[in-house]
Each structure stands twice: as structure tokens, then as C-alpha cells.
Write a protein that binds this ligand. Sequence first.
Ligand code: 5RP
Length: 218
Amino acid sequence: MRDLEAEKRAAAVAAAALVTDGQRVGLGTGSTVAHFLPALAARGLTGLRCVATSVASEVQARALGIPVEPFGDLARLDVAVDGADQVTPDGWLVKGGGGAHVREKVVAAAADRFIVIAASDKPVDALAPPVPLELLTFGLAATLIELGDQTVVRAGAAVSPDGGVIADYHGPVGDPAALAARLDAVPGVIGHGLFPPALVADVVIARGDDVEHRRVRG
Ligand code: 5RP
């Protein structure tokens, strides 16, 4: 039986080893990142400047002595490390299982090197629903009609820290680029959890005792 927590930790430790003194670091969200934060703290690096994609990651990072600042003044990040819900062989991702995908995409796009960390349950041959969405509360009913009945507001989901409503698209994914363009074209959609390979520099996947490190670009 595979030990997913041990795999998450192994991928997290491998990614932490890629961070160096003085870097500006984006901290992702989720249970894999929850292993990355102690691994990063254990490196004892100096001069880090970090931004967090969720309150949970910010609180955990601070408790570990990792400095976190608001993401307002830093124009670029050297590196961002985050988990994913699905990863294809060519580097497409679905993210947002924790509802933080909009902040996560902003951070990934601002980073020179976006590193995805995952256990062996995340690689897929092709992306499948659900695809997380964040929707404006303004005009929410109209946006949901525009998106069609394959999109539902996530049950019990909190509003995002930026006030958006978390929902999920349950229709077919097919060509992820085409679906991403369709979702981007709906005005009330703040963002979606489809991340293209152009955003992803590295994928670090742990399988048992092996850690596979794949360069997607760069
Ligand atoms: C949160 C995310 C997470 O990175 C994704 O859901 C993976 O989480 P976990 O590491 O817990 O499996 O996108 O919005």
C-alpha cells in the first residue's frame, strides 16, 4: 500500500532543496505544501522574502519562522512551490481543490520558476472534471446561467479571501486550452483551476522511495 504522506514529504523535501538564500518565494496551499513549509524552514536559509496563497499557509509558515509579507509590493518571485490535484505528462494541471487557485495562479505567473510537488496519486493521462472556479458575487446568478448547469457552487465552500465564490465545472474537459479559453471568456469568472504547461517549470513527483524531477520548461 502506498504511503501518500511519505510521498508528499519526499516531494516537498526535494523542492525545498531547490530554494536558495535570499530568494523571493511563493508558498502554495494544501496538504503537500504543509510538508514543504517545514522542509523549507529546516533549510535555515537567510534573507527569504515569502508570499502565501492562503491564510492557512501564511499561519503555518509564520509559526515555523518563515517570514511572510503581503503580495502587493513584490513585483516578481524567484520561485513558487505548490501542489496540484491533477498533473498530465505534458504539464497541464488542475488546481483549486482547496479553493485557492486564483491566488495560486497569480503567484505561479509571477514566479521565474514554478515548481509543482505531488505524491503518486496526482499524475493523470488526461485532465478530468471537476475544474475549480472562482466567481464574482456580483451577478452570480447570471454567471451561473452563462456557465450552464454543469457548474455548481461548491457545497459548504467558504468565500475566498478575495471575496469570490468557489464553484466547480463538472462538464467534460476535452482540450484544456479550449476549455480554459471558454471559461476565461465568461465575465463573472475571476479565474479557473486549469494551469497551462507554460506556467510550470518543474514537476516533482514522489513514487514510493523514488522522486522523479521533470523539467517542463526552462
Ligand atoms: C489548493 C490547491 C492544492 O495545491 C491542491 O488541491 C493539492 O492539494 P493537496 O496537496 O492537499 O493534495 O490547488 O487550492
